[in-house]
Design a protein around this ligand. Sequence first.
Ligand SMILES: [Zn+2]
Length: 304
Amino acid sequence: MNSTISRTPSVETRKKLRKEVHFGCPVKGCGSPYLSWHHFDPPWNIDRHHNPNGMIALCLQHHREADQGAFTVQQLRDMKKQPYLKERGDFPKGRFNWRREQLLLLAGGNWYIGSEVILNVNGKNIIWLSKDKEGFEELNLDIYDSNGDILLSMRDNDWLIHAPFEDLECPPSANSLKLRVISHDMWIILRFSQLSKSELYDEVKRLSSRVYQDIREYIRRTWPQNNLTERIQDSMEFKEEQARKIFESVNEKIEDETITLCTIEGHLIWPLNISLDKAKTILPRQNILAGNFMVSCGVGVRIT
Ligand SMILES: [Zn+2]
């Protein structure tokens, strides 16, 4: 028995296991995309292994049932061969249960509060918010492949994948989603988290400083180097007061001590190529948008 091995399998093993079940819990009638890793042949308490042949991806509920012996080894083997979503010919779908009166969004290095539309491209909403009956904000998305066919849609926090993809990673805590479609060079990461005000201030400061580093580096790589461009680079210096201004705007808008942050990163390819980096948004023709704070805008970023 190996007593030092971590209970979490390697990145490769996790990817293999979720792909095997078509990215949804394989138990009949379930299909939840929020997956954990069950060791059954042999069980973890007999041998601490990460052999994918003796493991299966299950949602947390069915993982608990499996731990108590609800499924035989043969039944688990059958589920690995014929998981529920494969049998149904369905793509994964799920829900985020994060609803807040006021959500803080960070998408491509720009901050948004109370903005109905985060990103609109050629008249199409790509990322936007809706309010439910009780006044809680929920997230909406339409993400397309290079032919303009829908790949991932989200309405009021309910999401659905519409076409084949490379990888989908959703932890059992159901606070994030990573979707990757290599054939179309498209990926998106969504994450909900709770921050205290001091954690938020640190995050704003860290990101504001990174915006300047990123843009200086970008200018150095893409602009001809002469006295003028060097002076522009030198003038782009991070000042803490800029981070303080963003933080104070958030502080004014959200009274609660705890902030709910939804972070969106990705590379979108239709209707236009748009990169939502951690610290900046790169638009077509190498235009960069970063470090902005948008409060109660009808539309945060509109590109036509
Ligand atoms: Zn399940």
